[in-house]
Design a protein around this ligand. Structure first.
Ligand SMILES: [Zn+2]
Length: 106
């Protein structure tokens, strides 16, 4: 009897966890992952390298996304684009329309 009651209590708390959303468990995982100094150092290194590459690209005057440079679909980055679609890009003052290559399949 007691075991059955415990099982029911456990299952109801599981439902509550699900209602809280997966974000709660993902957040816990992320906090645990970040608590590891090795992971944090790797993340910092990766970010600083990405920022350095961005600055380097901007210094060349090439600020187009990679997908536009190599002639691939901007969404799947795999197929050859057949036409261009307009998307809004967030800027500091609002939104700016930009055209992206699109394969039409993805
Ligand atoms: Zn595509």
């Amino acid at each position: 009897m007691l075991q059955k009651g415990e099982a029911q209590a456990g299952s109801s708390s599981d439902v509550a966890m699900e209602r809280e959303g997966q974000w709660a468990t993902r957040g816990a995982y992320q906090r645990r992952w970040r608590a590891n100094p090795e992971n944090r150092a790797g993340e910092r290194k990766k970010l600083s390298r990405a920022r350095g590459m961005k600055r380097f690209r901007e210094s060349l005057g090439d600020v187009l996304p990679a997908a536009q440079r190599v002639g691939r679909c901007a969404f799947c980055r795999h197929r050859t684009p057949k036409f261009r679609v307009q998307r809004l890009k967030p800027t500091e003052t609002g939104f700016e329309a930009m055209e992206l290559p699109y394969c039409g399949e993805c």
